[in-house]
Design a protein around this ligand. Structure first.
Ligand SMILES: C[S@@+](CC[C@H](N)C(=O)[O-])C[C@H]1O[C@@H](n2cnc3c(N)ncnc32)[C@H](O)[C@@H]1O
Length: 291
């Protein structure tokens, strides 16, 4: 990556850091833990491989991994495009620390995707499991702005979990707002609200006018986990984090125990004692017009 791009991203990261810290995403208080997230890194990284396989670019010059996390998705991109000018950005300092350890040759900087401005046209914006964290109602606008940064023929490729109606995620909110619990008031005050990502028909209508081609598909992964506790561990690294952060230790313990019970009811054990976690994910590869 060029020195110019590196220093521009670093500068932008500093400018956007204060905004990132005040956003409603879990990155606001850096609730991300690279160690917790990395517990299921193989499963979490597979969608980035499946996404990258559908990117129709032979030799993109400038690539940015938006919401690079611990650098796992960046490593996948680096392996396919070893000579590209590749950088990663994220709002979590803990994730960035881990990413720099993972790929010391790649610049990783603090920046918020909602305000990110690249120093020049981008050939590939890659983003695995990030845009679902943007505030409701802003996502399509952010995606359109990112397409506007692309070079002619450039690609915005992203994947998001499409699981807000899955039992694992419904249970988070149900348990949070169950009446008569010691955490009920705290959760009501926290007002945690997350909703499903815009539907494929909305994404298509929002991106198609700016693009020559928009590919959208959904894949449900069936992750086989050791036991029900592993499902709780999995979501502790992502969707459960905003709920756990607002609770004190005693409330957190009670909430987690109640959540585990719901998980046990929703996901029966397999014959070998393991538990299957169905995980739908939505993929988009949008190619800008004008190649
Ligand atoms: C689920 S992790 C994905 C990490 C990695 N891309 C992967 O493939 O596993 C989501 C990442 O998005 C980052 N993130 C969330 N909101 C963001 C924002 N507005 N701007 C930049 N990064 C953000 C988080 O800090 C976290 O590292």
């Amino acid at each position: 990556m060029s020195h110019l791009l590196r220093s521009s991203i670093a500068q932008l990261g500093r400018k956007t850091a204060s905004r990132a810290m005040s956003s409603s995403s879990p990155a606001a208080a850096d609730t991300w833990s690279a160690n917790q997230y990395s517990k299921f890194l193989g499963e979490r990284t597979q969608p980035s491989r499946d996404l990258l396989a559908r990117v129709p670019l032979a030799q993109p010059r400038r690539i940015i991994d938006l919401g690079c996390g611990p650098g796992n998705s960046t490593a996948v991109v680096a392996a396919r495009y070893p000579t590209a000018d590749l950088a990663g950005v994220d709002t979590s300092q803990d994730m960035l620390r881990k990413a720099r350890e993972t790929l010391p040759g790649v610049p990783f900087d603090l920046a918020d995707v909602t305000t990110f401005q690249p120093p020049g046209p981008v050939d590939l914006y890659f983003s695995n499991a990030v845009f679902q964290w943007l505030p409701n109602g802003t996502r399509l606008e952010v995606l359109q702005r990112l397409v506007s940064h692309l070079a002619p023929g450039g690609v915005l490729a992203f994947q998001v979990p499409f699981n807000m109606t899955e039992p694992s995620h419904r249970a988070m909110a149900d348990v949070a707002h169950a009446p008569g619990t010691p955490w009920e008031d705290t959760m009501r005050r926290a007002g945690i609200k997350r909703d499903q990502f815009p539907a494929p028909i909305e994404l298509y209508d929002g991106l198609q006018p700016l693009c020559a081609d928009v590919q959208i598909w959904c894949t449900t992964y069936f992750h086989v986990l050791e036991n029900h506790e592993a499902i709780v561990e999995w979501v502790r690294g992502t969707g459960l984090a905003p709920y756990l952060t607002v609770l004190d230790d005693a409330q957190r313990e009670g909430y987690l125990a109640a959540y585990l019970e719901r998980v046990k009811e929703a996901y029966p054990a397999q014959a070998d004692g393991k538990v299957m976690l169905p995980y739908p994910r939505l993929f988009v590869v949008a190619t800008k017009s004008g190649a």
